[in-house]
Design a protein around this ligand. Structure first.
Ligand code: GDP
Ligand code: GDP
Length: 436
């Protein structure tokens, strides 16, 4: 479930973001649709030889206005802490610089596997440039050209050799993995502490768990949960941890590992772009989502406040119309006890299977109510529907021409499915396949 993390490090202009974009490819997504240039995409997923991984471009994390060397040190530190494999990129056209040596020195101290890539080796005649990089003491340098897409396969072959074994499964299937995401100071740690302090909550003794002691397993009413990345929420202090992009990165990692994501907002501050971006990622990743509006105590309220806030959330998170919204206060504990039952409910929906016959009846009724779309005289014909996956529930329509299933009709079918099964808190997916 957990994908290995690969971090790209190196001084500015060696080609980190070019290589990042090459590896992740062009992927259309809500997150990436947001304003901002390539540099905004510092975290994405890639795949090589059927191994999926997440890639971080540390150069995209503007840490501070500190001098270059300090920034590079922070980026290297971040990579050492977060990554399973580090790709260290140098520039074959310029040779080794003092800054490269600095980075190398830092990386040496970590125990993480490092792969050295010499970029801008745009043609075979330039291969000789490779030799001087042996002196960095990082083993065989791999020649690549981000601009021309050369050598990336060799690089990725080397990278995946260092991935951890596939078969690790940290928690059993029934355990609901929950994460809280949101900007600093919205009250995530306060909520976590309050939940873990509830009478009926039994926090497991995690002394024995080594690798992921950053998570907190607990149970309540015979349901097992694990709070993902609790440590990341509490541990604050490193320079890079206060930067916005780092907190996004941390959130994305937590989302990857979760079943249910609590998007925490601060009632006093409203909603900003960053909140939408992260919530969009949770949606896109197919996670169940609950919106938690914290600090409800701190707001001046009249009889319209709740409704207005509700509407504001609906307007900002259009794609999350299935997500329940809870208004809580970690300070006064108001409605805090409703969080876990809601987590349990949406987790159940996230994992729900609809019997095939019920599903087919439902879709046929929907088609009778609103005929399938046509295009140039051809009409979409749905032969059969079946649910192929859970987490999130995913339905496949077997049809005559998949491209005839337009977004609006897909949306209509989704609404019909939700009219019967609600699927509160979980995205659902509808795919069309050609039936031969
Ligand atoms: P970063 O600062 O390390 O992320 O570097 P960028 O990816 O922004 O690249 C810096 C410059 O090097 C840009 O002008 C790129 O077009 C150029 N560049 C990147 N990869 C290559 C390459 O393989 N060959 C050549 N000749 N130029 C490259
Ligand atoms: P985090 O950075 O998201 O983990 O936020 P914290 O849990 O550290 O909380 C940030 C600040 O908000 C702290 O000073 C908390 O005491 C305060 N805070 C947290 N929850 C509430 C709440 O429900 N109401 C009020 N008024 N303050 C809160």
């Amino acid at each position: 479930m957990t994908k290995p993390v690969v971090a790209i490090v190196g001084r500015p202009n060696v080609g980190k973001s070019t290589i990042f974009n090459r590896i992740v490819g062009e992927r259309v997504s809500i997150v990436e649709d947001m304003p901002g240039v390539t540099r905004d995409r510092i975290y994405s997923s890639g795949e090589w030889l059927n191994r999926e991984f997440n890639l971080i471009d540390t150069g995209g994390i503007e840490l501070s206005d500190e001098p270059l060397l300090v920034q590079m040190r922070q980026q290297a530190e971040l990579a050492i802490e977060e990554a399973d494999v580090i790709v260290f990129i140098v520039n074959g056209r310029e040779g080794i610089t003092g800054a490269d040596e600095e980075v190398a020195k830092l990386l040496f101290r970590s125990k993480k596997p490092i792969v050295l890539a010499v970029n801008k080796v745009d043609n075979p005649e330039m291969q000789e440039q490779l030799y001087e990089f042996y002196s960095l003491g990082m083993g065989d340098p791999i020649a690549i050209s981000g601009a021309h897409g050369l050598g990336l396969g060799d690089l990725l072959d080397e990278v995946i050799k260092h991935f951890p074994e596939l078969d690790e499964q940290l928690y059993d299937e029934e355990t609901v993995r929950v994460s809280l995401i949101g900007r600093p100071n919205v009250g995530k740690s306060s909520i976590v502490n309050a939940i873990l302090g509830e009478d009926r909550v039994i926090v497991s003794n995690i002394a024995g768990t080594t690798r992921d002691a950053i998570d907190t397993p607990f149970s309540r009413d015979d349901q097992d949960y694990v709070l993902i990345d609790t440590a990341g929420m509490r541990k604050k202090g490193k320079v890079y941890e206060s930067t916005e992009k780092y907190s996004v990165l941390r959130a994305l990692k937590a989302i990857e590992r979760s079943d249910v994501v609590l998007v925490v907002l601060n009632a006093e501050e409203g909603i900003i772009e960053q909140d939408k971006k992260i919530a969009g990622y949770a949606h896109e990743a197919g996670r169940a989502v609950i919106i938690v509006v914290n600090k409800w105590d701190a707001l001046e309220k009249d009889d319209k406040t709740l409704q207005e806030f509700h509407q504001k959330i609906k307007d900002h998170f259009l794609f999350l119309d299935y997500a329940p919204i809870l208004f809580v206060s970690a300070k006064t504990k108001q409605r805090l006890h409703t969080i876990l039952p809601m987590v349990s409910e949406v987790a159940e929906n996230h994992n729900l299977r609809v019997p095939t016959n019920v599903l087919n009846d439902l879709i046929m009724d929907a088609v009778a109510m609103n005929p399938t779309p046509t295009d140039k005289g051809r009409r979409l014909k749905i032969n059969y529907v079946t649910q192929v996956a859970v987490k999130p529930p995913t339905f496949v329509l077997f049809v005559n021409e998949p491209e005839l299933l337009h977004f609006s009709y897909e949306r209509f079918l989704e609404n019909r499915i939700r009219a019967t099964f609600e699927f509160k808190g979980t995205p659902i997916r509808i795919l069309a396949r050609k039936k031969n």
